[in-house]
Structure formats: structure tokens, C-alpha cells
Ligand binder design. Structure first.
Ligand code: HEC
Length: 119
């Protein structure tokens, strides 16, 4: 009998702790869309593609005003120009020409480059 009671109490305690910590985590997270993927999981598919599309495509899409400098046309077009892109976005920070990348986007992009531009 005692064992069952102890077990029940521990279970109650555990559930209380779990629900508390879950609630706190939800409250702490700012509501700005899906969470950034963990650093080791940053890929072209889950991060970089959307970034290039949203922040670069306006000028660097095929036929765009700056397509002569670099044409964004999928993963291969980034890999083939990765040194120039890294230089322009992460080192000199001259790109994107208009607008800017958030600190989180810069960190994720840096990680993506460091990991070897995984698809
Ligand atoms: C508003 C238009 C615009 C946007 C948005 C833009 N660019 Fe550019 N980009 C340019 C222009 C114009 C040039 C030519 C150089 C200059 O005028 O600074 C250029 C040049 C470049 C170059 C060549 C740099 C060199 O000297 O080799 C790269 C690489 C580049 N952009 C990457 C990007 C990336 C990556 C993004 C998104 C994060 C981006 N650009 C967003 C307009 C843009």
C-alpha cells in the first residue's frame, strides 16, 4: 500500500513539474513563426533556400536587375558562388543591398556555410 501511495505522489509531482516547465518554455518563446532549426540541422531546404528567396531574389533572380553579378537559381548557384556570397553577406555585409538580415539569420547562415552548405 505504501509503495503505491509513494508512486502516486511521485507521479503527481513529476506531472506538475513537466507541465510547469512546458508552460514556461511556451511563454518565453517570442511568437515569430516556426522556431529556428538547431545549428547542426541547418540545411538549404529548411533554411537557406527561403532566405535567398526572400532577401535576395528581388534582384538576383534570373533576369533580375543584379543577376549579372550573381544569379540565384537554386542550391548549385549558391555553391558555385559561395565565396563571393559569404564575402558580401557575412564579411563585408554589403548584401542584401536593401533591407538587412537579422542577427539570427546571420548566425544561421554562418553555420550553414561552416557546415559545408548542406542541401
Ligand atoms: C535590392 C537589390 C539587391 C538585393 C535584395 C540583393 N542584392 Fe546582391 N547585389 C545587388 C547589386 C546592385 C549588386 C552589384 C554590386 C553593388 O551594387 O553593390 C549586387 C552584388 C552582389 C554580389 C556580388 C558581389 C561581388 O562583388 O562579387 C553578390 C554575391 C550578391 N550581391 C549577393 C546577394 C545576396 C546573397 C543577397 C541576399 C542576402 C543579395 N545579394 C541581395 C543588388 C541586390
Amino acid at each position: 500500500m505504501n509503495k503505491i501511495l509513494t508512486f502516486a505522489m511521485l507521479t503527481c509531482f513529476y506531472l506538475t513539474m513537466v507541465s510547469c516547465s512546458k508552460k514556461q518554455a511556451a511563454e518565453l518563446k517570442p511568437d515569430d513563426g516556426p522556431p529556428d532549426p538547431p545549428a547542426e540541422e541547418i540545411t538549404y531546404a529548411n533554411f537557406a533556400q527561403a532566405l535567398f528567396q526572400n532577401k535576395c531574389n528581388a534582384c538576383h533572380a534570373p533576369g533580375g536587375t543584379a543577376s549579372g553579378m550573381w544569379t540565384f537559381n537554386g542550391h548549385a548557384s549558391v555553391v558555385a558562388n559561395s565565396n563571393r556570397i559569404r564575402q558580401a553577406v557575412l564579411v563585408n555585409k554589403t548584401m542584401p543591398k536593401t533591407g538587412s538580415l537579422s542577427a539570427a539569420e546571420l548566425t544561421s547562415l554562418q553555420t550553414w556555410f561552416d557546415n559545408g552548405l548542406p542541401q
